[in-house]
Design a protein around this ligand. Structure first.
Ligand code: FAD
Length: 416
């Protein structure tokens, strides 16, 4: 089979690249070892985070570091055995999270983030899956007045510098918006711009179907077989060898399986995370997704039930699941909202594909012609899927990119 472009990986990033290429008249073979949107893009918290202008940094205050060191928190957990291998990544991540560096990164990152809702809405509408996007925003909820006031100051800065919009809810307003929550909460910050996706896996699969409707082909195959073929590329699939003028690596946490073989030493790592779905008890309803800021877990109303997601687990990508954060969060979440029985047989686990400077890798591969990178989206891969898809497609076909891709290139200082 001969096509214009091979897109490796059918997570939300790969399917978005494929749809945008096919829309521009380029024939695409979208290749994955399994169905579209069945890995990380299946199990996330479902937020398209317009407010996420500061990518999640490594804490710098001594108290937080001490708390994490005990390895007993809900928001972070680590495998001691993984730390020696992770240490160089963590050190660089920590350096980049210093206030001045973090702010400089946010100023570049916002150029992508500011388009996230509009780009998903446009693509989802064309794909006929816009009903999966709910314009309900999401909330940070607070147990103490002190934390609420600190958050109000912080989001006011985001509003002034980055156009982030939010409402503050006092105790009564929160009670009116979410009558079934624990009544002792003091209030919330409600980010009003983000969309919440009721079924993130279905969104990715909807983009896959749209690509096929436009003439693209979805094929099961192993990305590790990618090799150069003259000026182009080829990959082995269940339907034979596919040849193409260009190839895009959109393999999320598995990108290194291909990039290392091609001679790239990118400092990539993963932050693992878990989810579990619950039935609500009786007639209890959760109207918004929400982060229990002072406890460090997230709950969201989703198609399958109420999805509880956990923070970062620092571990080797392929190590067995250790859902201790889920175990710690569950009783606290049950006291927050009347959760009923578990829906899933076992906790789901996914790996956020991370870079030490917290920004994704988007653009041409520095050492190979006609090879493109689209990975490393960390906590914001769902958020930035459609933005990255459009940007990479524009670069490949030679259109003027709607966002300057330079800060996200693979040979930037933050990745050397
Ligand atoms: C608990 C949790 C909560 C999150 N919440 C949010 C959120 O609310 N908002 C947000 O924006 N982001 C969130 N994220 C992050 C987001 O889910 C990821 O950044 C995003 O899904 C990454 O998408 P991707 O397409 O790069 O990777 P993936 O979705 O992992 O896709 C990679 C694809 O590559 C394929 N693949 C791997 N190896 C091979 C191979 N050898 N051959 C062929 N194919 C291969 C896989 O099968 C997979 O389909 C969350 C993540 C977690 C874990």
């Amino acid at each position: 089979m001969k096509v214009d472009a091979i897109v490796l990986g059918a997570g939300i990033v790969g399917v978005s690249v494929a749809a945008h290429l096919q829309k521009r008249g380029r024939s695409v073979a979208l290749v994955d070892r399994r169905g579209a949107g069945e890995e990380t893009s299946y199990g996330n918290a479902g937020l398209i985070q317009r407010e996420g202008v500061y990518p999640y940094g490594f804490p710098h205050d001594f108290g937080a570091l001490l708390r994490y060191a005990t390895n007993r928190t809900i928001d972070a957990h680590y495998h001691l055995s993984a730390l020696p291998k992770l240490a160089p990544f963590l050190f660089r991540y920590w350096l980049n999270s210093r206030a001045s560096h973090h702010e400089a990164i946010a100023r570049q990152y916002v150029r992508l983030i500011e388009h996230c809702v509009a780009e998903h809405r446009a693509l989802a509408t064309e794909a006929g899956v816009d009903s999966l996007l709910r314009p309900i925003g999401w909330m940070q909820i607070f147990r103490t007045e002190k934390e609420l006031q600190e958050a109000i100051v912080e989001v006011d800065e985001w509003r002034r510098h980055f156009g982030v919009e939010s409402d503050t809810l006092d105790r009564a307003a929160l009670r009116a918006a979410e009558p079934h929550l624990d009544q002792s909460l003091v209030g919330a910050v409600h980010f009003t711009q983000p969309d919440s996706v009721s079924d993130p896996g279905a969104l990715a699969d909807g983009y896959r179907k749209y690509t096929e409707k436009l003439g693209g082909k979805f094929i099961i195959g192993d990305a590790r077989t990618l090799e150069q073929n003259g000026a182009g590329w080829r990959v082995a699939t269940n339907e034979g060898t596919v040849e193409a003028g260009s190839a895009v690596i959109a393999l999320g946490p598995w990108a290194d399986l291909v990039t290392v073989r091609l001679g790239y030493k990118l400092p990539l790592a993963v932050k693992r995370g878990y989810h579990m779905h619950y039935k609500p008890q009786g007639n209890a309803v959760l109207n918004h997704p929400m982060l229990d800021v002072e406890r460090g877990y997230f709950i969201a109303p989703m198609a399958r039930g109420i999805r509880l997601t956990t923070g970062a687990e620092f571990a080797n990508r392929d190590a067995p699941k250790t859902p201790v954060q889920l175990g710690r969060a569950e009783p606290i979440a049950r006291a927050l909202f009347p959760l009923g029985e578990r829906v899933d047989q076992e906790p789901w686990m996914g790996c956020r594909p991370c870079t030490p400077d917290m920004m994704p890798v988007i653009g041409p591969a520095p050492k190979h012609a006609n090879l493109w990178f689209a990975f490393g989206h960390a906590h914001h891969g769902l958020t930035l899927g459609a933005v990255t898809g459009r940007l990479v497609a524009e670069l490949i076909v030679g259109e003027k990119p709607f966002v300057d891709p330079y800060p996200f290139r693979a040979d930037r200082p933050g990745l050397r």
